[in-house]
Ligand binder design. Structure first.
Ligand SMILES: O=C(O)C(=O)C[C@H](O)[C@H](O)COP(=O)(O)O
Length: 234
């Protein structure tokens, strides 16, 4: 599976901060059961590489990636542990080689960064931090001059924002942490995490959620009316 295929295979990539390696497998199983098989394990904790290794071995339906990548050494360590893709908040010179052992989704935030990444051969990018970068307005604007760059916006995104992002033709999927909140992880509440993953999939597919709440969205401060944004795209 190419990176582009992987990004289109599920509407959301959970961005995970795992403190205890023992949480890795039940957490991954909950997210996969909820319909989100693409997982980004951030290198923010000492447990991250062990978590990747365990998920790669024990959760065959998950596609486990490594996040918070800052160097080629990070990518190699994660590849050794079994990661199948890598995500970085940016694209520093040390990561610019397109030939890493696993595909890299680099972070971008400005038109020049999008153009640079594209020129280097990275046609899929993480818009980060998406909300601060301008969110769906940025993505709609950049599709004018650079329509063939594909994005996974991440950073400040919540479930109610999904329809607004996923309606854009240059968005393959969205990244976020909301479906695996730290307090649910601390309580090992895998049921809640599975429910939140399933809700994300339902909202992404514009289905009523299991709690009966419509998959509608409310405009947030500083954001346009998402209903109007969807109308514009139709
Ligand atoms: O660690 C990384 O590699 C990152 O790039 C940062 C994460 O993607 C964001 O922290 C997402 O977090 P939320 O804004 O809560 O969805």
């Amino acid at each position: 599976m190419t990176l582009m295929e992987l990004l289109h295979a599920a509407p959301v990539i959970p961005v995970l901060v795992i403190e205890s390696p023992d949480d890795a497998v039940p957490l991954a199983e909950a997210l996969v059961s909820g319909g989100l098989p693409n997982l980004e394990i951030t290198l923010r904790t000492p447990a991250a590489l062990t978590a990747i290794e365990r998920i790669a071995r024990q959760v065959p339906d998950a596609r486990v990636g490594v996040g918070t990548v800052r160097s080629d050494a990070d990518i190699r360590a994660a590849w050794d542990a079994g990661a199948s893709f890598a995500v970085s908040p940016g694209l520093p010179p040390s990561l610019r080689a397109i030939e890493h052992p696993i595909p890299l989704l680099p972070g971008v935030m400005t038109p020049t960064e999008v153009m640079t990444a594209y020129e280097l051969g990275f046609h899929a990018m993480k818009l980060f931090p998406a909300k601060l970068a301008g969110g769906s307005d940025f993505l709609r604007a950049i599709a004018g001059p650079i329509p063939d760059a594909v994005f996974c916006p991440t950073g400040g995104i919540r479930e109610e924002d999904l329809p607004r992002y996923l309606a854009l033709p240059n968005v393959a999927c969205v990244g976020g942490t909301w479906m695996a909140p730290a307090d649910a992880l601390a309580r090992k509440d895998w049921g809640l995490i599975e429910t939140l993953a399933r809700r994300a999939v339902q909202i992404a597919h514009d289905e009523p959620t299991t709690t009966g709440q419509a998959a509608g969205v409310q405009p947030q401060a500083g954001e346009e009316d998402p209903g109007a944004a969807l109308e514009t795209l139709r």
